[in-house]
Write a new protein. Structure first.
Length: 576
């Protein structure tokens, strides 16, 4: 086929335009994915779904939310601007970082091995020392030995409680990397020149934990009494799934208060980011993708390696892995994806993005072609593609024990992050499609969920087992009175606080999606208003250090988080 020069030029222009779009969003996506939609529908993964009833959609728009100034604001200016307060809060925060509350993936229960958790007990003593008013006036209960539950009783028992969350544990530091840190990982060093506080947990998430207690301590010092009860729930094994901490805390809270009993829940999550010099976007996360780990085990026969079959169990497993990676889940962008709200803010208020991309974003609700263009852009951009599809990652593999012995058993584990419009079962169905194909190709049986989908054969069987699963999170509302108080508080903290002296700043509150999961996974029954947000301005250099060498945060960002919690407790405390 002969292709005209004009078509070649148009194709090159389109590719160049796509690459420019990608470069523009790469750093931004990195900032927003601290921590993270459709299902593969066939072998041709280059097909992008655009099926949607467009009549039911209209452009949501990105208007500025009215700032909500707290009626009680005695220390708002102190927190944000007083040098003595800043110095004192940095010292308290630094002390929290110095205590190495590390938890490995496999860890004992606190009752079985208190010695394993000795630093957590040290951490509890430290919190009691630096927050004396919190421990004097709030009720502290310890759930499963180490989970901390603080309750600040409000004066109006008819109001549902406000729940603030964080976790005490931090990701372990690889001892082989200690020499790569600019400052020791548990030094809590404050560099006044850069305004950075260094150490493991500075941004994940002792910053939020101490911000919550700092704010309450200051409110108590100021003589504030809330109408609405405020609860602080602090797990201790979030980085390894939260089964011993948040899981037990949530059960305790549900037994005490009942389902749908909490006004709102705030946990770690999205941050504030600068899209360009004058445009800042706060992106609270209002939903999370689902999760499922699946183990695939190829059971075959051993023998001497000098007389191998065409494919050993390792070879069969490798063939299945190849098929999985060759055919990822199909990308499909939907207008109710929180990422679209964020993109709308960018398109409406930034002058940096190309006009063609801006048009595609804003016209997506009424133009199937624009929606398709936007889908293709997001799907082809590594930093965004996982927000619009289910993912597979082959993470663990085991097979064989000796060089001259054929491997009788080979297993591998695949971690999936599930699109919010999909499910655990739908994800497994897609996996089983490929398992069945490989089993037939190599003459194996297939065993799943207690039954043989293909009868076992003389060669062996492929077993499929779910080891851990979580459905996609409910989507928290981004309209209505609870959202208005939450978003209005964010707007006020930045418009009238952090950026009070800058008339050139545009500041908007939108929403976003996590591809990972937080401790909120266990709290869905307690409230539909679950928001994952830290009122800090994360930049790419800071966020690249999460779970890595040189984790750090600016002191000013820690202070803005305290200011937000202070104001939100007041605003929510009197909302009816």
């Amino acid at each position: 086929m002969i292709v005209s020069d004009s078509k070649v030029n148009k194709g090159m222009q389109s590719a160049n335009s796509l690459n420019r779009h990608k470069k523009l969003f790469v750093s931004l996506a990195s900032v927003l994915t601290l921590g993270s939609w459709a299902v593969f529908g066939g072998i041709n993964h280059n097909e992008f779904g655009v099926d949607v009833d467009l009549k039911n959609y209209s452009a949501p728009g990105c208007t500025k939310i009215e700032p909500l100034e707290p009626a009680f604001n005695k220390s708002v200016d102190l927190i944000l601007n007083d040098e003595e307060y800043k110095k004192a809060t940095i010292e308290r925060f630094s002390g929290a970082i110095k205590i190495p509350t590390e938890v490995e993936d496999v860890h004992p229960s606190p009752a079985d091995n208190p010695e394993y958790y000795k630093h957590f007990y040290e951490f509890h003593d430290y919190l009691e020392k630096i927050y004396p008013l919190v421990h004097e006036h709030l009720k502290l209960e310890k759930i499963n030995e180490l989970g901390l539950l603080y309750t600040w009783e409000g004066t109006n028992k008819d109001l549902q409680p406000l729940l603030l969350m964080a976790h005490q544990d931090v990701v372990p530091v690889n001892r082989k990397t200690w020499d790569e840190w600019d400052y020791p990982p548990f030094s809590g060093e404050y560099d006044k020149e850069t305004d950075y506080i260094w150490g493991r947990g500075t941004i994940d998430c002792k910053n939020l934990l101490t911000a919550e207690l700092e704010a309450i301590e200051q409110l108590l010092k100021d003589g504030y009494t809330p109408e609405r009860t405020t609860i602080v729930s602090l797990g201790f094994d979030e980085e390894s799934g939260g089964l011993l901490g948040a899981h037990e805390l949530s059960k305790f809270l549900e037994e005490r208060y009942g389902k749908d009993s909490i006004y709102s829940i705030v946990d770690e999550g999205g941050m504030v980011t600068a899209f360009d010099e004058n445009l800042y976007l706060a992106a609270p996360v209002n939903t999370e993708k689902g999760y499922v780990d699946v183990r695939f085990t190829v059971n075959g026969h051993g023998g001497h390696s000098s007389s191998p079959p065409d494919h050993t169990t390792i070879g069969v497993a490798a063939d299945l892995i190849f098929l999985f990676e060759k055919h990822p889940f199909k990308s499909e962008f939907t207008l109710d994806n929180p990422v679209y709200d964020f993109l709308t803010c960018v398109a409406e208020h930034s002058n940096r993005i190309p006009g063609s991309l801006k048009d595609d974003i804003l016209n997506a609700p009424k133009s199937s072609k624009s929606k398709e263009h936007l889908t293709r852009f997001l799907a082809s951009t590594k930093e965004f593609r996982d927000f619009i599809r289910t993912t597979r990652a082959v993470d663990i593999i085991n097979g064989g024990i000796k060089a001259n012995a054929l491997p009788e058993v080979t297993s591998f584990l695949v971690n999936h992050r599930i699109d919010i419009h999909s499910s655990v079962n739908e994800t497994l169905e897609k996996d089983l499609h490929f398992v069945m194909a490989i089993a037939r190709k190599h003459g194996y049986g297939v065993f799943y969920n207690g039954e043989y989908l293909i009868p076992t054969t003389a060669l062996g069987t492929i077993e499929v087992e779910i080891t851990q699963s979580l459905e996609p999170a409910p989507v928290a509302p981004t309209s209505g009175p609870v959202w208005d108080v939450f978003a209005g508080t964010i707007q006020n903290v930045y418009e009238n606080g952090v950026f009070a002296d800058r008339d050139d700043i545009q500041f908007y509150v939108t929403s976003f999606l996590f591809t990972g999961n937080t401790d909120t996974r266990y709290y869905w029954n307690l409230s539909k208003n679950i928001y994952r947000f830290i009122a800090s301005t994360g930049d790419e250099t800071v966020l690249k250090t999460i779970h890595s060498v040189n984790e750090h945060i600016s002191a000013q960002d820690h202070i803005s988080a305290i200011a937000f919690i202070y104001q939100y407790i007041v605003n929510a405390g009197h909302a009816h």
